[in-house]
Each structure stands twice: as C-alpha cells, then as structure tokens.
Design a binder for this molecule. Sequence first.
Ligand code: G
Ligand code: G
Ligand code: MN
Ligand code: NA
Length: 254
Amino acid sequence: AQLLADLKQALPEGQFRLHLQPQFDAAGQLTGAEALLRWQHPQRGLVAPGAFIAVAEDSELIVPIGRWVLETACALLARWQREPALRELGLSVNVSQRQFRQADFVGMVGECLAASGARAHRLELELTESLVLEDVNDSIAKMHLLRTRGVRFAVDDFGTGYSSLAYLTRLPLHRLKIDRSFVQQLGESHSDDVVVQTILGMACNLELDVVAEGVETQQQYDFLVAHGCGGYQGYLFARPMPVEDFEALAAGQG
Ligand code: G
Ligand code: G
Ligand code: MN
Ligand code: NA
C-alpha cells in the first residue's frame, strides 16, 4: 500500500529515470539500446522495475508511466538525430499489456513521435508473446497501424510463450529477442542449444532480425556467433546504464 502511494507521487515528482542497455551487432558495433525504467525513490534509492511494474500495472498507473517512458525515449531519439555519433542508433521500449490495450495507444505513440520529431523507424516497441496473443486481432490491428507510420516491433522474451508459430507470420515484426533463459546454458544444455538454433533458423526463414538477451559469457557468445545470431545484449558487453554514460560510450565507438 505504501508502495502504491509512493508510486502515485513518482511521476509528478519526477522520480523516474531511463537506463539504457547497449545492443551490438555480430561485428561488435553498437546498434542501439533497450530503455529500462528505474525509479529514484527518495528513501529507497534506485528501484528496479521488478519491484513496482506489477503494482503499476494493477493500478493502471502503468498507463501514464508508460506514456512518460515513450515521451522520454522519443525525446532522446530526436536529440540523437542531431549528433553524428548517435543518429544511427535505435531505441527499444517495453510496452505493458494494459498500456497496449488502451483504445488510444496508437494515437498516443503517434503524438509522442510528432511532438518530439523523432524518426519512427528508430523506435522499436517490445511486446511479449503473451501480450500479443492475449488479443491477437487487436494486436495485429494496432501493430499494422503503427508499422505504417514506420514504428518497428520486437517480440520480447521469445520462446517462453506456448504459442503456435502461425501467428508470427501475421505480425508486422522486425526482430525476435531470444529470452535469456535459453541463452544462460548455451553450450551446456543440449535442449537449450536446440531451442536457440531453431529460433535462429526460423528467424532467418521469416527474414526477421534476432537479438540474444542476457549474454553473460564468452562461451554463450561464441555459440551464438557460430550459429549466425545478428544481435547481442547482455552483461558480457554492457549493463543498463544512465543515458549520459550510454552517450559517452556511443561517442567513443563512433
Ligand atoms: O532491468 P530490468 O530489471 O530493467 O527490467 C525488469 C523487467 O521490467 C523486464 O521484464 C522489463 O521488460 C521490464 N521493464 C523495464 N522497463 C520497463 C518499462 O519502461 N515498461 C514496462 N512495461 N516494463 C519495463
Ligand atoms: O524482460 P526484458 O527482456 O524486457 O528485461 C530485460 C532484463 O534483463 C532487465 O532486467 C535487464 O537488466 C536484464 N538483463 C540484461 N542483460 C542481462 C544479463 O546479461 N544477465 C541477466 N541476468 N540479466 C540481464
Ligand atoms: Mn525487453
Ligand atoms: Na526479455
């Protein structure tokens, strides 16, 4: 209850931050980042979303919070457009189920893009399989509308859902993000090796890009490179970091 009361204050008090976790291609080039929400709590310090996203979702606070995340991400993209070292980078934003089901979700994203001047194709929205499947027709309709504007979509935590694969071909997708639970034991667990190789093969056939999440070891990375994975995110490369640190990293790479 105290958490909920504090959470209600967090947005008007300006206590939210975005941290960015870098993403790389197979050649080690920085390609962009995933935006990860953090709450700078006045007493508790920096709080990770695991501790409050569910509460925000249950209370519908996730709707204004999710809007703040998108506005902030679009403002960042617009600023990056003016910097040679940053202009090619993409930014991925997590979307919650309740936020996505809002009747005006498509319009809200459009407003964030228009107000900021961000180029839509630099923005990627991450949807989980379970979010998409919970109402496939609504999902497909909204995704197509946004896709028409240029916005890209990734399926987050891919492989953890119990979906039929048929739906994948009906969605205007750009990337699959291989869930880190499959990446963790690559090279040690035969079944995880098979799952990851299968996802990579399927993505190739469907002409989708892939990002492996939670890459922590050289062994995992070597396996993924050997099997043709194109995108990488994980502690082996970089942890989520404040925006300034990410921009410094990008400037150093460029
Ligand atoms: O670093 P990590 O603890 O940031 O994130 C934990 C979980 O919180 C992840 O599943 C991630 O998808 C989710 N998450 C992080 N940022 C956001 C956000 O801005 N919106 C939503 N809906 N979920 C987020
Ligand atoms: O569920 P989603 O994929 O949106 O959330 C990403 C989550 O994964 C964040 O909490 C982020 O901090 C975490 N994460 C990113 N890289 C790694 C990693 O290499 N190992 C672990 N254990 N977690 C990671
Ligand atoms: Mn994600
Ligand atoms: Na994920």
